[in-house]
Design a protein around this ligand. Structure first.
Ligand code: DQA
Length: 155
């Protein structure tokens, strides 16, 4: 059975369309492939990673609220479009008070001005943007190296 600290990889609206969605901006890799690579890396590092994507803000809020009862240690999250709009998601992350790393495939600071503002970055442990799928790898490695609390031994 898988063991090790549990991290949730959360993806916001439209990221289910990666691969076919504006490939000049977001690249050719599908979300499924990003998830598979992220799971393999996590496993190699001794982490458990579970992924979730939703096009609905409220579902992302619900999922974040579940994290405490599921003993999640933190999140790697690409909030996608709701990065620039969602007080609700920001408040959910504040409510559960777990560390998170914010990831964007594209460099949001080099695009339309409205994308430069994130409702998450000032609360994030780290922000990665513009590195494409490599950003997820960096975030998982950073989590592994810097953000995990020592596990309480189970009896
Ligand atoms: C994104 C950037 C957002 O501005 C956009 O709405 C997305 C994806 C990124 O990964 O580059 O959907 O978060």
């Amino acid at each position: 059975m898988a063991s090790g600290p549990l991290i949730w990889l959360l993806h916001g609206p439209n990221l289910n369309m990666l691969g076919m969605r504006e490939p000049d901006i977001y690249g050719a890799q599908t979300l499924e492939s990003i998830n598979t690579q992220s799971m393999s890396l996590a496993e190699a590092l001794g982490l458990r990673l579970e992924h979730f994507q939703s096009n609905h803000e409220g579902e992302l809020v619900d999922r974040i609220q579940l994290a405490l009862s599921q003993k999640v240690q933190g999140f790697v999250i690409n909030p996608a479009a709701v990065t620039h709009t969602s007080v609700a998601l920001r408040d959910a992350l504040a409510a559960v008070a777990l560390p998170f790393v914010e990831v964007h495939l594209s460099n949001i600071h080099r695009r339309e001005p409205f994308r430069s503002h994130s409702y998450f970055s000032d609360k994030a442990e780290a922000v990665v943007c513009g590195m494409g799928p490599l950003g997820y790898e960096a975030a998982i490695r950073f989590f592994h190296g810097h953000l995990l609390k020592p596990m309480t031994p189970s009896r």
